[in-house]
Write a protein that binds this ligand. Sequence first.
Ligand code: NJP
Length: 240
Amino acid sequence: MTATGQDTPLAGRVVAVTGASKGIGWAVTQALTARGARVIAGARDVSGLSLDGAEFHPLDVTDEASVAAFAGAAVRAGVAALVNNAGVGSFQPIEEITLAEYHRVMDTNVLGTLLVTRALIGHFRERHARGGGSQVVNVTSDVSARTFANGALYTASKYAQRALTQALAAEGQGYGLRVTEIRPGMVDTFFAGSVQGAEHKAEWLRPADVADAVLYALTAPPHARIDEVLLHPVVQEVAF
Ligand code: NJP
């Protein structure tokens, strides 16, 4: 039972969330704990964070040892679902992309998704052997399948994250894993060094809108697989 008295499939479930300290990840963590889930929440800086039902762990998704420690905590807690949400944005013309920026974006968005997922697959296989199912929800982007000027690096990372997501879905079918890609358009967060609540973002999606999409995937009945959710603020151009 949740605080609201409603029985939901999330009550008592353990969900690991990356990039949980702010923006979309924080909203996902809030939404999950409000429905009675236990969240193993990770970000590089988790100082000062606390929320009933959430356990905060320092996590750098680009660092194998850090990922191993986070995954260990999630496995010990009995994790049943992973939300790969940690990500960074970077927008410039191709001739200005430095090697350092390339690695920051690709390592966070692509390698990070790979490392955290890989660290939990053995546990998901064991759950399957015991008759349990598992879920992975990857927060990618509306631009995981289209691109634009100044978007080469970011969209390359998101196309790659989409490919990882779809390959995982195919592989995971063999061990009871359901995989969902969440593809939000413009969301009012701290993304790419921006300011949350800035006036020009007034009509953008709220982090809670994306959290609702994540919850939709996580609460789908066991016989249903939500492959992807594409959502935009109405002010954004219609694009697929
Ligand atoms: O961004 P932000 P969003 N290891 O900056 C964490 C996608 N998306 O919520 O580590 C672990 O408010 C960081 O914490 P910290 C986007 O691509 C967004 O908007 O302490 N965690 C913070 O908790 C991304 O995949 C928009 O710096 C790391 C969080 O990630 C996802 O949404 C549009 C980390 C980022 O919070 C969430 O981004 C779209 C690391 N190495 C897709 N590096 C949009 N906002 O418009 C960062 O299409 N974090």
